[in-house]
Unconditional design. Sequence first.
Length: 112
Amino acid sequence: MRDPFRSMAILKPHPGKESELLAYLRDFYNMMYTKEYSRDMVFRDAKQPGILVHIRIWLSTEARDSAVEDPDVHRYWIGMPELATITVIYEELEPVFSTQDGIVEDIPDRGV
């Protein structure tokens, strides 16, 4: 079992769909939480209206693998293009450092 790891995506809601998208994401991410796949956060870019930043903390590699196979997850992924375009995806962000305890733990020194 691997420790939690992070992913990030940039979403651009279709015109007039932001409220519907946020409700959809709330349902989706609550389901992901209930099934213990991930913890999810969504941020709105205050300086670029219409841009949402999604951060996912996968609880483990096994949790991600289970989510990929889960038909409930697939239903949400299939419906997403009706509400938004995902413009950028970072599937596996590697922690480098953090000024807050507990955000980045036990990072090997890579000479950075």
